[in-house]
Design a protein around this ligand. Structure first.
Ligand code: MG
Length: 230
């Protein structure tokens, strides 16, 4: 028995390609660069997380907002000890992060090809529109998707807007992603079904308990396993 055609929203970062590991590497380098200030590493990380939360509310997600958070954190911790060459070093770390080519996760292209032959796929990602669109283009995965939708925050209201915009029948609508906070819980709250694909390096700010909703919740271990459900 084949499954009737579904509409599947698919997350991008850490679902289709690696993302957070590169940010974590940059953060490691950043914290090392701040060692001369004498703060414990986990303290620097805590200040950075707080700064990121604040900057995301004001400036959204993305590499530029992240770069601003690194700089703000450094300036806060260094005070009047702040040095121009360290600021330059931080700016160079952010440029290096931007230059990293996409690293597609295992099994993604062939599984997308399988899914796109049977269902309607929409890429649903949050972040800075130009930056995310650039990543989609460089990934070579664009053609599997009927639409690319980039929003500033994936709230349940954002999912409800997508449901209206793409005329999704909720019972036949799914969200697939690695983040309980951005992909699973708000999609279930909006009445969609969801597939959670945990990624071991999911960003701390995305951590949350998965909760249940009206729709179905499926948990799989890898993108490849989606074949068994669709
Ligand atoms: Mg993600």
């Amino acid at each position: 028995m084949t499954m009737p055609r579904q509409t599947i929203l698919v997350d991008a970062d850490d679902t289709l390609w690696e993302n957070n590991i590169f940010f974590e590497q940059t953060i490691d380098g950043f914290i090392s660069a701040l060692e001369p200030l004498g703060y414990p590493r986990d303290y620097v990380r805590r200040i950075l997380n707080e700064t990121e939360r604040r900057n995301i509310r004001q400036h959204g997600y993305g590499v530029r907002s992240f770069g601003r958070s690194l700089e703000d954190t450094y300036l806060k911790l260094a005070g009047n000890m702040a040095r121009r060459d360290t600021l330059d070093q931080i700016a160079e770390m952010v440029r290096a992060l931007e230059r990293i080519p996409p690293k597609i996760l295992d099994g993604v292209p062939e599984t997308l090809a399988y899914l796109a032959g049977r269902h309607r796929l929409i890429l649903f990602s949050k972040g800075e529109p130009a930056e995310q669109a650039g990543k989609v283009e460089r990934s070579g995965l664009q053609s599997f998707f009927e639409a690319i939708e980039i929003v500033s925050e994936k709230t349940s209201a954002a999912y409800s807007r997508a449901v209206d915009q793409f005329r999704i029948v909720k019972a036949a609508g799914w969200m697939i992603g690695n983040s309980p906070r951005s992909d699973i819980n708000p999609a279930l709250d909006a009445g969609l079904n969801a597939v959670f694909i945990p990624h071991p390096d999911t960003w701390e700010l995305e951590h949350s308990e998965v909760h249940s909703g009206i729709g179905k919740l499926v948990i799989v271990q890898s993108f490849r396993d989606l074949r068994q459900h669709f």
